[in-house]
Structure formats: C-alpha cells, structure tokens
Design a protein around this ligand. Structure first.
Ligand code: PLP
Length: 395
C-alpha cells in the first residue's frame, strides 16, 4: 500500500488518540527503518525505548520463531519454562527476589500500586494506602496510573480519579519529607523521568528518598519502564545510584519489540501477593517470555550495556558541543542513551526537519528533543545524527 492510502484508512478506522505524523514505516533492521516509499531513516526513537537491540535482532527473531512453532500460550494455570528462566535472569541481575509478568508499563505500575497497598495494609493497618509520586512523572494511561502520573494534562476529562495519590516536586527531598503523612504507604519515582522531559534524579536525592522510606516504613517503587534494561548504561538505572528499591517495574525494552511488562519485588514485599490477588491472562506467556529471555541474554552477553554507556557519553559530549553553537539550545541532559535537548521554544519543527534528512527523533513536553537510539548504535551513526541535528537547528 502507498503511504497516502494507509494514512487515509487510519483516519477512517483508527481512534484519533495519537496525532500521528504522516509517515508509514514498513521495515526495520538494526538502527534503520524504511518507509512505504523505500526511504531510509536512522531510528533514534527506537519505538520509544523499546527496540534497544535495534530492529529484528537475529537472536530475538529466532527465539520468537522457535517458540511460536512450539507453544505460544497456555494460561497461567500451568507452569512454563520460558517464564521461570526469564524471572531467574532478572532476579540474578537486580536486587529483587520475585517477579510478576504482565503486558505493558501501565499494567506493571498497576501491579506495583496494588502490591504496595496490599503490603501496607497487611503490615501496618487498613489506613495505609497513599502513594507519593513526583510532578512531571509519567506512569501510564490506565485510571490508576494517570492518577499516579503527576501531570494534570493526562488526567483531565477522566475524573473521578482513584483516591490515594499525592505529588511532590522531583529532586526536592524536603518537599517529600513534608508530604509523608499517616496514610502514606509508598513512594513511586522514575530514576530518570522520561515523558516529563528527560530529568535525571540527583544521587543525593534518591539516596535521601530511600532513607526516608526506610525510616517511615514506606515501600520504594522505581518505575524503570523507560530507563531500565541498559538504557542508561547499567542493567537497571537505580544501580548507578547505590540505592535499592523494594519494587521495580519494567516493560518497554524487556521484549525488544515484543510486548511484555514485569513487576519485580524484594521478598518482604512480594509475599503480600497471595494466590488470587493479582493475575493477567496473557502475562508472561511462553512467546513473550521466550522473546524477552533472548533480549535480556543479548543485552547481558554481547556488551550492549557497555556500548550504551560509552556511546551515551560520546553522544552527550557531541550534543553539548552543538549546544554551544546554537543559541536555541538551553540544556543537554540525561544518562546513557536517554538524552534530552531542551530548546527555548517548540521542538516539533526541528523533529520534522530531522525526519526530512533521514533521522527519526521525537519531542516531549513541547520543547525537549528526546534521543533514544538503539543501544547498539555506533559512533559513526551518532556523528550522522549530530550533523543532521546541526542542520535542523539552523546551520
Ligand atoms: C511508557 C511508560 C509507561 C507506560 O508504559 P505503557 O507500556 O505505555 O503502558 C510507564 N512508565 C514510564 C516511565 C514510561 O516511560
């Protein structure tokens, strides 16, 4: 089909929730994607931090083929090998002891919220239910997770919202300390805020938060749906901060393109879930787990995380160099290959000009260009992207 035709059918048959740009993608390999007319793009969006290993990584493709031909789905009434193998590798590479599998980031955060409430009620009484989250955060699009999200624009029109959430400014320890009250049961944060505009937490802040949680018997939940799984140069983002959360949520990059999410927890928290407390029909099915197992193995075995760290440093230095040249750039920030370039005005036009020149990036919060290249990206590809961005910013 021609691009025009797909765009027209989209308008006729698809609910208008995304405000899509008129670009139809048909094929991907490694760091590249192609549109319906055969034009090639360097993909620095990576399906929004999903395609960390690039498109169609051969080991992931092979795992999906082989599992699809053996057993795709059986329900969680039965034991399956790919699920326990995936849980084992996640536990062995984190501070968590147990895993629950689901299908998306929002669903993982819903599970984390339920687990935190159940844990608090069992251990500290019925009036412990409140979860403190950060302003500018993003935790998903279900009713509970838009409420956890500290941005009014995601909530408007969907009231009444579930009770029991409170918001504090990010990176402000004093504000958090003051917000803790008799009903508080948990604190939920992204170690690096993604959708809110790429804001990394300060080290002293996260360490202070962990200390406050310990003192007040609160569970600490890290939403690593975007920043986890190698993106920031360590397997999980919190590992660079020397703090340990009680609960971690994952999704985006977990299946390197195959939809899967996870709630991970330390034993004391995990055991609050008893049979019947939580479930998901598709959660952790054989096909999803086989894909994710291959993806995590590649991540850990093929030097991908080291590459993310090294290329992240290089990319950030190059972008900082560009920032000195272009007045419009206010700040370059981020960690590893999760980088934001804040402009002094709207960024969508820059995104469009990059696209014309064959580079896909996106824009968050209206004025922050976000770069989420595949973690297998090379120095040469970063140079290409920087040259295109240089031109798109006006010379
Ligand atoms: C994308 C994202 C989510 C939501 O994930 P979905 O799979 O879209 O439900 C939650 N938290 C963070 C930090 C995210 O970036």
């Amino acid at each position: 089909m021609k691009s025009q035709e797909v765009v027209k059918m989209n308008e006729k048959y698809i609910m208008n929730t995304y405000g899509r740009i008129p670009l139809v993608l048909v094929k991907g390999r490694g760091t590249r994607v192609w549109d319906a007319e055969g034009k090639e793009y360097l993909d620095f969006v990576s399906g929004l931090a999903v395609n960390s290993l690039g498109h169609c990584h051969p080991r992931v493709v092979k795992a999906i083929w082989s599992q699809a031909d053996t057993l795709m789905h059986v329900s969680n009434l039965y034991h399956i090998e790919p699920q326990v193998r995936l849980a084992k590798i996640l536990v062995e590479n984190s501070c968590a002891d147990k895993v629950f599998f689901c299908n998306s980031g929002a669903e993982a955060n819903e599970g984390a919220i339920k687990l935190a409430r159940k844990y608090a009620k069992e251990n500290y009484g019925a009036d412990k239910y409140e979860i403190i989250t950060a302003k500018r955060s993003f935790h998903g699009r279900t009713l509970a997770t838009i409420t956890a999200t500290g941005q009014a624009k995601f909530q408007q029109g969907f009231e009444p919202l579930p009770a029991g959430f409170k918001y504090v400014p990010f990176n402000d320890l004093e504000a958090l300390e003051q917000a803790i009250g008799p009903h508080t049961c948990a604190v939920m944060l992204e170690p690096i805020q993604g959708e809110g505009g790429v804001y990394p937490a300060n080290k002293e802040y996260l360490q202070g938060v962990a200390e406050l949680c310990r003192k007040n018997n609160l569970l600490l939940i890290f939403d690593e749906v975007q920043c986890g799984l190698g993106r920031t140069g360590s397997f999980l983002a919190y590992q660079r901060y020397r703090v340990e959360p009680d609960i971690i949520t994952l999704a985006k990059a977990l299946g390197s393109g195959f939809p899967i999410g996870a709630v991970m927890a330390k034993e004391h928290a995990a055991k609050a879930f008893k049979p019947g407390d939580h479930a998901s029909t598709f959660g952790g099915n054989p096909l999803a787990c086989a894909a994710a197992l291959a993806a995590v193995q590649v991540l850990l075995e093929e030097g991908v995380i080291d590459n993310a760290r090294l290329m992240g440093e290089y990319f950030k230095a190059e972008l900082t160099r560009l920032a000195e040249k272009h007045q419009r750039v206010e700040e370059v920030r981020g960690a590893g290959l999760m980088i934001g370039v804040e402009l002094d005005g709207p960024g969508q036009e820059v995104v469009s000009r990059c696209q014309e020149q064959g580079l896909l990036i996106n824009c968050v919060g209206g004025n922050v260009l976000r770069f989420l290249p595949p973690l297998i990206v090379s120095e040469k590809e970063i140079n290409t992207a920087v040259d295109i961005l240089d031109k798109a910013l006006g010379g």
